[in-house]
Design a protein around this ligand. Structure first.
Ligand code: SAM
Length: 277
């Protein structure tokens, strides 16, 4: 039986657990195992604070210098996680190429159910639907922004990039642990949108209303289009309003994550109050 408290010292790149963690860079392996990787002490502390439990904790030679190390180690032990203490050479292969971290966690993916608006709290909520989002950096940034804006959850519609890819997790800065993420095909999303009791607001370059003039009756379902093709006709039709963010300049649109941020902070404006105000 593995001693779950004492870390396992690992120096071989041929170790099966090391090979498994490396394979999680590939979407196919993430899909088959249901696992994903998150890096860095502050991201792991966010995971802990959001009630997640790691399946594995990997620490490199520099990890003990981190003030968070003891806390994360205790969390891993309490979660009966496998703790691997790896050499610098192994860590180099497991950690990100850019800004590698000496503490890495492996987690089970969580997928939320599509929202059911049946409580007072749910009737006040804001959800964001992202149609066919392709760029994991955009997705991670949107997850982070949704967390900051107090969004109840995100729905990934159709064939989207993976929120549990390393790039999306990194761009979310740990918010992937805080924001429920659901997924739906187009038909499933259309069913949800048609029975939505509040405003279903689409963003479209041909939107007829300035986004600052819409009402946003809660619960709000905000629908954002694909980076290249924009919002499809099928999803535009289920929106009871299409809004546009007015622009000056030569380009026809904003980056998807920027447009989502503008929309969310406008929708949430009535409830967002500066603590210094
Ligand atoms: N060529 C695409 C089109 O025709 O819609 C541009 C897509 S844009 C990069 C990605 C998404 O961001 C859009 O589908 C929309 O949801 C949102 N978006 C970007 N700029 C916008 C704007 N000025 N007004 C409303 N939505 C915008």
């Amino acid at each position: 039986m593995i001693d779950r408290v004492a870390p396992r010292a690992i120096s071989s790149l041929q170790n099966e657990t090391v090979k498994l963690i490396r394979s999680l860079d590939m979407r196919k392996a993430r899909r088959e195992t249901g696992l994903f990787v998150a890096e860095g002490a502050s991201v792991l502390l966010t995971a802990r604070d959001c009630g997640w439990a790691p399946r594995m904790l990997v620490s490199g030679p520099d990890a003990p210098a981190s003030t968070a190390f003891a806390a994360l180690r205790a969390w891993a032990a309490a979660s009966a996680a496998d703790h691997l203490d790896v050499t610098a050479a192994v860590l180099e292969k497991i950690a990100a190429k850019e800004n590698p971290q000496s503490l890495i966690g492996v987690f089970e993916q969580r997928w939320a159910a599509l929202p059911v608006v049946d409580t007072d709290q749910a009737r006040q909520s804001v959800w964001v639907a992202l149609e066919e989002i392709r760029d994991p950096g955009n997705l991670g940034t949107i997850i982070r922004t949704a967390d900051a804006a107090g969004v109840a959850g995100i729905i990934l519609v159709g064939n989207t990039c993976d929120p549990y890819s390393r790039e999306a997790v990194r761009a979310s800065m740990g918010s992937v642990f805080a924001v429920p993420i659901a997924r739906a095909d187009h038909a499933g999303f259309v069913t949800t949108a048609r029975s939505w009791p509040g405003d279903v607001v689409g963003t479209h370059l041909r939107g007829t209303r300035d986004y600052r003039e819409a009402n946003y009756d809660r619960p709000v379902l905000l629908v954002m289009g694909n980076e290249g093709a924009g919002l499809s006709d099928a999803l535009s039709e289920v929106c009871n309003e299409l809004v546009r963010i007015p622009m000056i300049g030569r380009l026809d649109s904003l980056n998807l994550a920027v447009a989502t941020a503008l929309m969310l902070f406008e929708i949430q404006r009535p409830i967002l109050r500066s603590s210094r105000a």
